[in-house]
Design a protein around this ligand. Sequence first.
Ligand SMILES: *[C@@H]1O[C@H](CO)[C@@H](O)[C@H](O)[C@H]1NC(C)=O
Ligand SMILES: *[C@@H]1O[C@H](CO)[C@@H](O)[C@H](O)[C@H]1NC(C)=O
Ligand SMILES: [Ca+2]
Ligand SMILES: [Ca+2]
Ligand SMILES: [Ca+2]
Length: 358
Amino acid sequence: MSKAVVYTLLATATIIFFKFLSPLKHEEQKGSFNRRFGYKILERAPTFDPIVTKIEREVEQIKQQQKIEFHNNKVVIPGVDLGSTTSVYNVAETYQFLTSGGKLNTTLRLMILFPLLDRETKDGFIVFNELESWIAQRSLERLDYSTQTELESKDEDGDLSLSFREYLPHLTENDIEKNEMTHGEAGWWRERFDIADSDHNGLLNFTELRDFLHPEDSKNPEMLKWMIRDRFKRIDDQEIKGKLNFNEFEDHVYSTYENYMDFETNGVDVPKANDKFAELDVNKDQFITPEELLPILPYLYPGELAYAKYYTCYLMNEADDNEDKQLTLEEMLNHEFIFYNTVYADGHEESDDDHDEL
Ligand SMILES: *[C@@H]1O[C@H](CO)[C@@H](O)[C@H](O)[C@H]1NC(C)=O
Ligand SMILES: *[C@@H]1O[C@H](CO)[C@@H](O)[C@H](O)[C@H]1NC(C)=O
Ligand SMILES: [Ca+2]
Ligand SMILES: [Ca+2]
Ligand SMILES: [Ca+2]
């Protein structure tokens, strides 16, 4: 493979990474779409086009390779012998979709993707569910990929699972003995680890590790409850004893819920704080327990799938010109930009502190 090809690819990726950093600028907003909220969704949205994901990963690999070669003193400047890249296949595959200017031909890409999305009823229209299932698929792939990467980078003994030690090798015996439960300390990690380890064998396999890394996307109810308890603990201006009274609910939980509901229902169907409180408080003791909060969890700590839904709403909202709640190829091509307009959070390493509320 020639250097020119790969440089072009690198340039493409750079353009995708940096040029699109200001989303929403190029499109007029419609309806009750909330700008701050829109940013949040775009930050978390998956990449619409798998080929872009491939390019990103390619670039990531090249960077890693560069780092290794740099450490071995083989490379002095950030130029690489790209003949050494392993996934030539991906590059070649990408190459056919580039314009003569070396950018990804997004028109061509959307024409290719359209029939893949239009699959529940092949009628030339993409309805909400078709778009959502496509995006959810991208989201889940990303989740699996980041889990796999983490697993591979830490699995010292190659048994395809992580021990607590493998995950946190820097902890000293003393740290572990002290078992400090404050957020981010050994005991806190230990508890999170043990809850994710659903078969209690002391190791996290792929599924358990994914729950551990992304509790908000977990299907393990214990993991979800742990996450809520943990967030409750970190509401520090009040004495919250593991459950919320109405004021705490209103101050720390409701506004987040309200934002998402507002977005999802276009402002039409947003319950009032006291009504929602009464509904969630199943045993009517005037407190909301972590368990009682589970039904609205996707609104409080949206995971990949919740964001997939919001991102679908966003794309529909932006591209459905005739407002018939479905997208034609023409409508998508009219709004090409928004489908290639994700803001790249760095590898989507979800930090535990990037939620506004709670
Ligand atoms: C992108 O692909 C389409 C469809 O093949 C083609 O008509 C168009 O000229 C291409 N655009 C560029 C800039 O190469
Ligand atoms: C991991 O272990 C759990 C049991 O805790 C099991 O249900 C799951 O299928 C396993 N996942 C993999 C990828 O082996
Ligand atoms: Ca291991
Ligand atoms: Ca296990
Ligand atoms: Ca339409």
